[in-house]
Design a binder for this molecule. Sequence first.
Ligand SMILES: [Zn+2]
Length: 285
Amino acid sequence: MQYKQRTTNNEQRTTNNEQRTTNNEQRTTNLNLTDTHTHLYSEAFDEDRNEMILRAIQSGVSRMFVPSIDSSYTQKMYDLEKQYPENVFLMMGLHPTYVKENYLEELAHVERELAAKKFYAVGEIGMDLFWDKTFLKEQQYAFQHQIQLAKKYKLGINIHCRDAFDEVFEVLESEKAADLFGIFHCFTGDLHQAQKAISLGMKLGIGGVTTFKNGKIDQFLHEIDLKNIVLETDSPYLAPVPHRGKRNESSYTLLVAQKLAEIYGLSVAEIAAITTENSKQIFGI
Ligand SMILES: [Zn+2]
């Protein structure tokens, strides 16, 4: 039964791959945007995942970096990478809100996968004390341990930080070194925290929140050199205006780029080129 389903999916995949080639050729935009954080495997895309990915590619979002959250999504990630080898790039890591009783098993999974194949960053990792502080110590351990794995494989990190700036900075300070680098994903801090993150080797992942009226980050972003900025959506969450509150998707990276073009007084093409270049420094591709 399961096998049969898989065959069907494979057939579907071939069709979509053909579609993709056509769509890539028909791409009208010359923009080269990079979504540095998108959960393409999310259940929110189960109905129309391929259309959504093709929409992104057609909007100029030709590079999509996919963070891992826990082992249950690993196979789905591998399938996506196989289906879109030129557009989808994977990270490996255990997300802080998935640090539970079985976190050592999950970390062993991360370690095994990192040893077995190529990834472009370790993420998303970090600390989240917004929902639950029960596993604070374990979150901190998992964060530090995965930073060390990133160093071992000469990879950058992708940080998730929610209500935990002090705790995250404490770990980053203790791991500060020339080989510590990465992205502070969905950065929501203030100017001082932004400067601190940058001084610790991080770029700021800027997404939909910049377009929110009360998002605050748009107030000081112009004081941050663009070389420290990368774009992201965090799809399916945090959709930018005018889609706020609805499902987010990678094609909306363009809306974030448009907002940054406003803030920095540059063209969207310039924002795309610079932030994509910045992302290459982190991911090595
Ligand atoms: Zn995320």
